[in-house]
Design a protein around this ligand. Structure first.
Ligand code: GLA
Length: 385
């Protein structure tokens, strides 16, 4: 039984007198298409059953009261005094601020939230925090935004107080996810289709390295700038405005000497990853899982050598996967510099692989990785009762 909704209700009951509405806001996996959402590429995320639970109600006053269960911290501000703070507060306050910027009247509310996504794990706890509050406020403040609008609002919120220039993938998966489906999202047009996640005989397993290098947020914004720089160099000679206008690696090669070496490497990765994701979606449709899995290993190599967002702990976990016949694909997942690897593993070898990989990782780093067998889920949901 999932104890989180009960925990949130109990915590809420200790602090506030009203009866709250409960929400579940999922984290996400991403099968392939990493660091290309902000580069007009394709991504393949799915919402998962791990996430953040919210208990929220209007309080009839002008005060906004938050309690973060995971941090054990409370924070209060006035509905007319929304401003930047620090840490977890920025994620929730920025969401409220985005409603305000749309002209929605902000009323006082009470809110308790917490969940089971380890922070810095690459499963996007931040989008889960944003999305849960956004759906709740959309209903309670009568803002009437669509899920698509809410996903975009949450992305703007993350650009706001937390100042992470993220793409749209995490917030989109969080709002638009469907159980049993992965989303193939074209981040240039924001068109999406659902693909049933039929991987009979295999399971998707996340291995959390439990390391999180502090570079993650700052380097993320640096990567974004480097890609923009590369695109501008190509665009100054051609009509190219987007990575999608570039015909392929051959075209990029023409500009290699005009680019700083690291900018060239970032662009090369992006072009290759966009192609890989298109190919991956074809393989998934054709149920060619072995070929699909191989692309994940290729993505990891690109993230390690060209995009340079891996770290030795993640490389080690992927090496273990690659050396094991039961694992048909693995790579680091999410922003990088720590967090999880995603692995596609033959069902009958899941337990054995988790055990042997955990032992090897522990032996080398003195850290026991945490394994999660992925279950997909619907996007943010109001829970009954
Ligand atoms: C983070 C961002 C996403 C995406 C991934 C990398 O999760 O929030 O927008 O860029 O990193 O694919």
């Amino acid at each position: 039984m999932n104890i989180f909704p009960q925990n949130m209700l109990a915590e809420y009951g200790k602090r506030f007198s009203s009866v709250p509405q409960l929400y579940f806001s999922p984290g996400r996996i991403n099968l392939i298409g990493e660091h290309v959402d902000y580069n007009d590429g394709f991504v393949m995320p799915a919402a998962i059953s791990k996430g953040v639970y919210y208990a929220v109600a209007l309080n009839g006053g002008k005060e906004i009261n938050f309690y973060s269960h995971d941090f054990g911290e409370a924070y209060t501000t006035g509905a007319d005094d929304i401003h930047k703070e620090d840490n977890w507060k920025n994620y929730v306050l920025s969401v409220v601020n985005e409603f305000k910027l749309l002209g929605v009247e902000i009323m006082g509310f009470d809110c308790v939230f917490g969940g089971d996504i380890p922070r810095g794990s690459g499963m996007s706890s931040s989008a889960a925090v944003e999305g849960g509050l956004a759906l709740a406020l959309n209903e309670l403040l009568g803002a009437n935004l669509t899920r698509m609008q809410l996903a975009l609002l949450c992305q703007r919120a993350e650009h706001g107080y937390p100042a992470v220039q993220c793409g749209i993938m995490d917030q989109f998966a969080n709002m638009m996810g469907l159980k049993g489906q992965v989303i193939l999202l074209d981040c240039q047009s924001i068109n999406h289709v659902y693909i049933p996640l039929q991987i009979e005989g295999y399971q998707i397993v996340l291995l959390n390295s439990k390391v999180h290098h502090t570079l993650a947020a700052s380097e993320y914004n640096v990567r974004r700038k480097q890609c923009k720089e590369g695109l501008e160099i190509i665009g100054s000679h051609t009509e190219v405005k987007s990575f999608r206008d570039i015909s392929g690696v051959e075209e990029l090669l023409q500009y290699k000497t005009a680019m700083r070496d690291e900018v060239y490497k970032r662009c090369l990765y992006v072009i290759e990853e966009i192609n890989r994701t298109e190919l991956a979606s074809k393989y998934l449709h054709e149920n060619k899982l072995i070929e699909f899995g191989r692309l994940l290993f290729e993505t990891h190599n690109g993230l390690r050598d060209l995009y340079e967002v891996s770290c030795e702990e993640l490389d080690f976990l992927v090496q273990l996967a690659e050396a094991d016949d039961a694992v048909i694909g693995a790579r680091l997942m999410g922003g990088g510099f720590g967090g999880c690897t995603i692995n596609i593993i033959a069902e009958n070898s899941v337990t054995r692989f988790i055990q042997s990989a955990s032992e090897a990782y522990y032996k080398k780093y003195n850290i026991l990785p945490e394994a999660t067998i992925v279950e997909t889920a619907d996007g943010v949901t109001r829970l009954e009762g």
